[in-house]
Design a protein around this ligand. Structure first.
Ligand SMILES: NC(=O)c1ccc[n+]([C@@H]2O[C@H](COP(=O)([O-])OP(=O)(O)OC[C@H]3O[C@@H](n4cnc5c(N)ncnc54)[C@H](OP(=O)(O)O)[C@@H]3O)[C@@H](O)[C@H]2O)c1
Length: 221
């Protein structure tokens, strides 16, 4: 799937889909949005100029899958997408979900594991954690800071990284390989810190503004 137009199936018709899908359509990819509420998937897809269908339709359509539902809905969404029938096995699956409760801002996953790993076990997909670090408004506004692209850390299956790197660049970000599947839980924990700051009133566009600094002289120079 690398280097060419990809077929992307989006599971979830919410704000993350709204932020990312327009970039991927503009880059020439073919996108189908599926959701638990068919009218919401249809309305969002129609508005953005994408295809729409059921969760299972989107799972079957995509060679790359974006899972973009609230954490509480992950299990039922995967069931609806046909995970039990192997519909997602071997596919590239981007997991942007954040298992964070918003009273004390702690992870709701069992200690030592991540949603990304749970999804990999439940689906047999090549799962990568990505796009879970910044508010969706960053994608709507454009992910450039100090005239450099925002760094987007990715952790997960090696087999999925090349296409996901491309989709990060298409969305305006700079991909950063943050390691294997065992690192996904750390990206989930980073998001807990960020979500707490956002709920405390931080600007949704603030992110951590991590950039490579490639266009500036290094401190050592
Ligand atoms: N919003 C952000 O800025 C942001 C940034 C980074 C990561 N994330 C993560 O990305 C994921 C999607 O966030 P979002 O803001 O796009 O969410 P959202 O707009 O609230 O909803 C996205 C989708 O989740 C579905 N959903 C919600 N609860 C569900 C449940 N109990 N069972 C099945 N489906 C359910 C919704 O279905 P219905 O339409 O049927 O309600 C909707 O299609 C979340 O895990 C979030 O933590 C969000």
């Amino acid at each position: 799937v690398n280097g060419d137009a990809m077929r992307i199936g989006v599971l979830g018709a919410g704000r993350m889909a709204e932020g990312l899908v327009p970039h991927w359509l503009k880059a020439g990819h073919d996108v189908m949005i599926g959701g638990r509420t068919p009218e919401k998937a249809r309305d969002l897809a129609t508005w953005l100029g994408a295809r729409h269908g059921s969760l299972r339709d989107a799972a079957d359509f995509g060679e790359v899958i974006l899972l973009a539902v609230l954490h509480a809905g992950v299990d039922s969404t995967l069931r609806g997408a046909g995970a039990g029938d192997g519909a997602l096995a071997g596919k590239v699956l981007i997991d942007c979900t954040n298992p964070v409760e918003v009273e004390r801002f702690t992870l709701t996953t069992a200690p030592g594991t991540s949603v990304a790993e749970e999804i990999a076990a439940a689906t047999g997909a090549n799962v990568v954690k990505a796009f879970n670090q910044v508010h969706f408004h960053v994608w709507l506004r454009g992910a450039r800071y100090h005239d450099e692209p925002l760094v987007v850390p990715i952790a997960g299956a090696e087999a999925a990284k090349a296409p996901v790197f491309e989709l990060v660049r298409d969305a305006g970000g700079q991909p950063l390989d943050a390691g294997g599947t065992e690192q996904a839980l750390h990206l989930e924990a980073m998001a807990a810190v960020i979500i707490r700051l956002l709920y405390g009133g931080a600007d949704p566009l603030s992110a951590f503004q991590l950039t490579t600094g490639a266009e500036r002289p290094s401190i050592a120079a």
